[in-house]
Every structure is written in structure tokens, then in C-alpha cells.
Design a protein around this ligand. Structure first.
Ligand code: AMP
Length: 395
């Protein structure tokens, strides 16, 4: 049996997502999720040929989940097809500008970035170490969410704060969703017949976490997320940009502690906080359609912030060859896409309403009329990108 596939692993603090993908044919032979790791109710769920199965793992942490995954891959006769393992890693700081094979030095580098992503990097390290133990001899790679944005110029990534805070503590904008931006911007260029190395592509990655990126000549030149994923757009539960003095206001006026304010802005704000209904865009759209005014206002705030960011990025790049919508909302919500394009009419966007309505559940295509600047929906596939990078590194 030929080693034609990559095992892609995305480890969170209590979960582990996995899939086995052939980077050439793009075929996914299995995908799944181990959940509630660290509790006595840990379980692993997987899908093969459209059929879903679940196994309880009892008291299991990342190690036990990876051990269960080995058994599962053996049962499915997939073990011998795995060429290498690709790990999603959220934060690579300034050290990692591209995907890389994992060595002791790389592990140390990921560890050094833990203070920049305290919820994510330690979990990734657990997953990587467990994978090294249970898949001995298989090459492993790290694919960083931040790496694509390392091409941003200093004028985009620096905050106007005392420069020593950047020099001594790395306080700067890093951006996230880089693997998705790399995938969809190249895919859009290919679909539209653009020369990727000489193009200006705006991307709106709109999911429960949302950000936008200006991709010029195949490189990120600006993005909306910053030191952390809190900055930028309105999201499911994150506020996005706010006046930084909100912190002292909430502390002094309302008596909230630093941790409580961080929790409010990350977990209780965004669409959820504003609508007082839900963090899920679909639910807000349904409420708005039934006449709920706050739900409509929530959608309008979301789209207004996004349109302003996109317009700013267009000014930075000097032109727009394509505007790409991706992520759960970008790929599925004709309402949000229409609302945003209406706000960008200054650039001449004219939407093809009928085609816009048809774009959902993974369909790709142009949603603007002939003669208009191009807006296009492209389904993202971060796992495939990780599989391609990993295959590229080992071959
Ligand atoms: P993601 O984080 O990329 O999985 O995206 C999740 C978001 O996509 C949630 O806010 C969902 O409500 C949203 N979403 C998925 N399908 C639709 C849809 N048909 N219309 C509007 N939003 C959608």
C-alpha cells in the first residue's frame, strides 16, 4: 500500500480534531473529533464513508486520545497509508514564517510562543508530543495560523505604543486564520485566472471567529486580528475593535476584574452580546427576518465594521482584483454578502442576486455581475492546506 495520505491533527485544550487526507486527490478517508479530554466523559467520534461512529474513552487526556486514534486507523487499514502528520499550531510568533518539520528546536520555538496563545499552544504541544510517542518514526510538521501574516510590513503590524513594548515583549499585531487565507486567496486567483504573484485580493473569513485580510501579490499585507483574535471584526462572541479604555471603564464603573472583562469581551460580546439572542449568525438572521429589530441591528453592525475594514484594505492595496467570502458565514449567508456588497458600492460592486442565493454548503463561484469588480465565494479547507504543506515538506 502506498503512503499517499497525511494525518492532520488540530489539538485544543479539551479536544482533538483529526482527518486523513490525500493531498493530491484531496480525498478524505476519515475525519473525527475526540472531545471532553481531561474529563471522565471523553469520547471519540469519527466518520468514514458518510457513516458516523462514537466510542467512549472513559477518563482520557490527549495521550489516550492519540492512542485510540492509532487503534482506529489500524482498524480502518489506514495506518500504512500515512506518510506524515501535520499539526495545526495557532501561534508561531515572529519565529515561524512558514510551515516546518518538527524538531526539538521547533518544539522549543512553539513553547516560547505559549504566552502569545496561552489557550492554544500548550494544547498543540500536548498533541504533538503524544503523536511523537504513538507514531514513532513518522515525520511531523507544524503549520502556523500566524505564519502567512509575517509578510505584513511594520506599518501594518505595529501598535502606536511605546516601542520598547514591542522590542522587549513582542507586543504587536500577528493576525490569525493565515492557513485559510493562503488557501482561499490562491484558489480564488486560480479560479479567476489571476496571476497570484501580481494580484490584489481581499478576503473575508467569516466564521464564529472572523477576520479579514489584504493579500497583495500572494502575501498578507494587513489583517484585522491583532496580538490576539479579539481585535478587528465583530464575531460570534468577541467584540472586535473597542476603545481600549473600555477596560478601565468597566473596572471603575462596574467593578469587573481584569479576568471578568476579558471574559465579557471574548465570550459574551459580539453577535451574542449585541443581539442578546445567540452567537450563531443563522439564528440572528432568522430573528431579523421575523422582524426582530435588534437582530437586524446586530447584522448591520457586523456588516458595517466589515465593510469599513475591507474599504480600508482596498485603499492600502490600491486596487481590488477580487473580494473573497469564506468561512461558515461567508460561504453560506447570502444575506451577509449582500449587505456587505451594498456598503461597498463606492467600488462599483454589483451583485448577481440569483447566483448569490445559490452559493452555500461548499459551492464556489462569482456572485457579481459581468463588468462589476469580482466578488467570489470560495469554501476554505485548512486541513487540505496542512496536508499539502506537510506532503511538500517530506517529499
Ligand atoms: P465556522 O466557525 O466557520 O464553522 O462558521 C460558523 C458560523 O457560520 C455560525 O455563525 C453559523 O451560524 C454560520 N452559518 C453557517 N451556515 C449559515 C447559513 N446558512 N446562514 C448564515 N450563517 C450560517
Amino acid at each position: 500500500m502506498s503512503k499517499d495520505s497525511i494525518l492532520v491533527i488540530n489539538c485544543g485544550s479539551s479536544s482533538l480534531k483529526f482527518s486523513v487526507i490525500n493531498p493530491k486527490t484531496e480525498e478524505e478517508s476519515i475525519n473525527g473529533l475526540a472531545e471532553r479530554l481531561g474529563s471522565s466523559e471523553a469520547s471519540i467520534t469519527w466518520k468514514v464513508n458518510g457513516e458516523k461512529n462514537t466510542q467512549q474513552l472513559g477518563q482520557a487526556a490527549h495521550d489516550a486520545a492519540i492512542e485510540a486514534l492509532v487503534g482506529l486507523l489500524r482498524d480502518q487499514n489506514l495506518m500504512d497509508r500515512i506518510e506524515a502528520i501535520g499539526h495545526r499550531v495557532v501561534h508561531g510568533g515572529e519565529k515561524f514564517t512558514a510551515s516546518t518539520l518538527i524538531t526539538d528546536e521547533v518544539l522549543k520555538g512553539i513553547e516560547d510562543c505559549c504566552h502569545l496563545a496561552p489557550l492554544h499552544n500548550p494544547a498543540h504541544l500536548k498533541g504533538i508530543r503524544a503523536a511523537m510517542k504513538f507514531f514513532p518514526g513518522l515525520p511531523q510538521s507544524a503549520v502556523f495560523d500566524t505564519a502567512f501574516h509575517q509578510t505584513m510590513p511594520a506599518e501594518s503590524y505595529l501598535y502606536a505604543v511605546p516601542h520598547s513594548l514591542y522590542r522587549e515583549h513582542g507586543l504587536r499585531r500577528y493576525g490569525m486564520h493565515g492557513t485559510s487565507y493562503r488557501f482561499v486567496s490562491k484558489a480564488a486567483a486560480d479560479m479567476l485566472g489571476l496571476d497570484y504573484e501580481n494580484s490584489a485580493i481581499l478576503v473575508a473569513h467569516l466564521g464564529n471567529g472572523a477576520s479579514a485580510c489584504a493579500v497583495k501579490n500572494g502575501k498578507s499585507v494587513d489583517t484585522t486580528m491583532g496580538l490576539t483574535p479579539l481585535e478587528g471584526l465583530v464575531m460570534g462572541t468577541r467584540s472586535g475593535d473597542i476603545d481600549p479604555n473600555v477596560f478601565s471603564f468597566l473596572n471603575k464603573q462596574c467593578g469587573y476584574s481584569l479576568d471578568e472583562i476579558t471574559e465579557i469581551l471574548n465570550k459574551k460580546s459580539g453577535m451574542l452580546g449585541l443581539s442578546e439572542l445567540d452567537n450563531d449568525c443563522r439564528a440572528i438572521e432568522e430573528a431579523a427576518a421575523k422582524g426582530n429589530e435588534r437582530a437586524q441591528l446586530t447584522l448591520d453592525v457586523f456588516c458595517n465594521v466589515l465593510a469599513k475594514k475591507l474599504a480600508g484594505f482596498a485603499a492600502e492595496m490600491g486596487r481590488i482584483d477580487a473580494l473573497v467570502f469564506t468561512g461558515g458565514i461567508g460561504e453560506n449567508s447570502s444575506t451577509i454578502r449582500k449587505n456587505v456588497l451594498n456598503r461597498l458600492s463606492i467600488f462599483g460592486f454589483e451583485m448577481d442576486e440569483a447566483v448569490n442565493q445559490e452559493m452555500f454548503r461548499g459551492k464556489n463561484g462569482v456572485i457579481t455581475k459581468e463588468g462589476s469588480p469580482v466578488a467570489i465565494v470560495v469554501a476554505t479547507n485548512e486541513e487540505l492546506m496542512i496536508a499539502r504543506d506537510t506532503h511538500g515538506l517530506v517529499s
